[in-house]
Design a protein around this ligand. Structure first.
Ligand code: NDP
Length: 289
């Protein structure tokens, strides 16, 4: 058996098209403001990609590229101004931040209604309480991808490997909200293979190349590979990206996301969808003022 591939691009395109239509219905284009500190190449490239896609779907986007030496107080001051500005709908501070800035202080400072990354503790709490809120982009994008390909969630035995605040935990909360029976595995899980073999739906967000091998997967399972690992090419060749799931898992699984080109494209698409949601919520609030 060879697993059905689940490429992210068609699902991301569908989500981007929905977002463009929602943006066009609003009185003003939803406005996303991104802030980054320093010139970390990955952060520069992520923010550039988000900025470009935002414009493509008819959102307005502003990037504040601040020096690495920006103090926490200066950053908090900027966030306060963005919070107070009705023309700003979504605020994203690109992580990681330099060591002298507290990530927690920054994430707490963003108005939860503009928190398009879904990392503010209020939004985290709403998510676990099963109430509407802005949801973290990668997990919400994964659910969109599953729905796009018509893969069942309700009643499924889901195993999430990884318990980070960005991916594993919110992903587990979203699956629970959609009536999956959810297990969260992590680095202290005993006999990981015995746990993952139980999964109808196996979602892996660890950051270890090829951690999940074919014998750890239930035949016919749907496998979502969130991992992005840069590995050196054979014989000193060019480095390439690979997932947390071994490619041979395709011989056992029923469906499998590729890396790259699986979950990756969903994250940006979901960020823009969140920006549209934030703008819609704010527009209805302004109307009822
Ligand atoms: P973190 O490093 O924050 O978390 C990794 C998690 O994996 C931890 O919970 C850790 O457990 C667990 N873990 C580590 N080793 C093992 C092991 N041997 N067995 C079981 N669990 C283990 O990573 P992130 O969640 O931020 O990211 C995970 C991966 O997803 C990375 O490769 C990242 O690049 C990728 N990613 C991809 C995105 C996309 O858009 N496609 C977006 C975000 C991330 P413990 O808590 O016990 O330490």
């Amino acid at each position: 058996m060879t697993a059905r591939p689940l490429p992210g691009a068609p699902a991301a395109e569908a989500l981007l098209a929905e977002t463009a239509a929602r943006a066009a219905r609003l009185p003003n284009p939803p406005h996303l403001v991104m802030v980054r500190l320093g010139e970390d190449p990955a952060s520069v490239s992520y923010v550039r990609g988000k900025d470009r896609k935002a414009r493509e779907v008819g959102l307005s986007s502003t990037v504040h590229a601040l020096p690495e030496t920006t103090s926490q107080a200066e950053l908090l001051d900027l966030i306060a101004r963005l919070n107070a500005d009705d023309a700003v709908n979504g605020i994203l501070v690109q992580l990681p931040l330099p060591a002298h800035v507290s990530e927690q202080a920054v994430l707490h400072a963003i108005d939860p209604r503009k928190d398009v990354d879904g990392f503010h503790p209020l939004n985290v709490g709403e998510l676990w309480a099963g109430r509407p809120a802005l949801r973290p982009c990668t997990p919400a994008g994964i659910l969109y991808l599953l729905d796009h390909y018509g893969l069942a969630i309700a009643g499924q035995r889901a195993v999430v490997v990884g318990r980070s605040h960005i991916v594993g935990r919110p992903l587990a909360a979203l699956l629970l909200e959609r009536d999956a029976t959810v297990t969260i595995a992590h680095s202290r899980t005993r006999d990981l293979g015995a746990v993952t073999r139980e999964a109808d739906l196996l979602l892996v967000a660890v950051g270890r190349a090829h951690l999940i091998t074919p014998e750890m997967v239930k035949p016919g399972a749907t496998v979502i590979d969130v991992g992005i690992n840069r590995v050196p090419g054979e014989g000193g060749g060019k480095a390439h990206l690979t997932g947390d799931v071994h490619p041979d898992v395709a011989e056992v699984a029923g469906a499998l996301t590729p890396v790259p080109g699986g979950v990756g494209p969903m994250t940006i698409a979901q960020l823009l969808a969140n920006t549209a949601s934030a703008a819609e919520m704010q527009a209805s609030r302004l109307l009822s003022r």
